[in-house]
Write a protein that binds this ligand. Structure first.
Ligand SMILES: N[C@@H](CCC(=O)N[C@@H](CS)C(=O)NCC(=O)O)C(=O)O
Length: 220
């Protein structure tokens, strides 16, 4: 496939896995269209192209790609600038920490949807522990994961931080971040590629998502 392929990303407005794909597309200044579908009533055409019924799906001249990590790899192979490090070992490390981010997003999701205090506390503590582990991997050089250069691994953590900030501002839920990690989060959330990676009314969309789940987090 060439750089001139028509790209259509299928999305749920609140999905952090879609958002990481959007951030990579934005960072690479690639032209694409975004199609939001209703997660509660996915259309038949979506079920036909998404084997797991999940977003994101990237249509490349009509050919569906699923799994956000795979979509990121595809985008990085086709569209410059390369956002993976140059050496195989560093690339492998970044892939591993991208995988780790997906686990943390799962913990964050469990925290947001937990129905009772016990489930909420367990998920919050697991997320906090994961963040502490991640912290040990950050380059001493500011501001991104590996220092001055922005990589795919940065694309995937920005949605996690965006939700942590909203949880702090709107719901008084604070997960303490180290100074180094706070600087990373601040740098990511200041990027245009990140700011424009969600719908304008994202805080409302996020609040509606939490309300619909009716979890412990909105009752504390
Ligand atoms: N491993 C997948 C996870 C994607 C995912 O969990 N998407 C959620 C929305 S954030 C979804 O589509 N859920 C619908 C479902 O599970 O039915 C990826 O990285 O693309």
């Amino acid at each position: 496939m060439s750089q001139s392929a028509k790209l259509e990303l299928i999305s749920f407005k609140v999905c952090p896995f879609v958002q990481r794909s959007v951030i990579a597309l934005n960072a690479k200044r690639v032209t694409y269209t975004l199609t939001h579908i209703n997660p509660h009533e996915p259309p038949d055409w979506f079920k036909a192209i998404s084997p797991l019924g999940k977003v994101p799906v990237l249509l490349v001249d009509g050919t569906p790609l699923f799994e956000s990590a795979v979509i990121l790899e595809y985008l990085d192979e086709v569209y410059p600038p390369a956002l993976h490090p140059a050496t195989p070992l560093e690339r492998a490390q970044h892939r591993a920490w991208i995988e780790f981010c997906s686990e943390l997003l799962g913990r964050q999701f469990r925290m947001l949807t937990a129905k009772d205090e016990t489930g909420f506390n367990e998920a919050r503590d697991a997320l906090q522990q994961g963040l502490q582990r991640l912290d040990t991997m950050l380059s001493p050089e500011l501001p991104y994961f590996a220092g001055q250069a922005f990589h795919l691994v940065d694309c995937v953590y920005a949605p996690l931080f965006m939700r942590l900030i909203l949880l702090k501002q709107e719901y008084g839920l604070e997960l303490p971040l180290s100074k180094r990690m706070q600087a990373w989060s601040d740098a990511l959330l200041a990027l245009d590629a990140v700011k424009t990676s969600v719908v304008d009314d994202f805080s409302t969309v996020f609040a509606n998502f939490l309300a619909a789940n009716d979890g412990y987090i909105i009752k504390r």
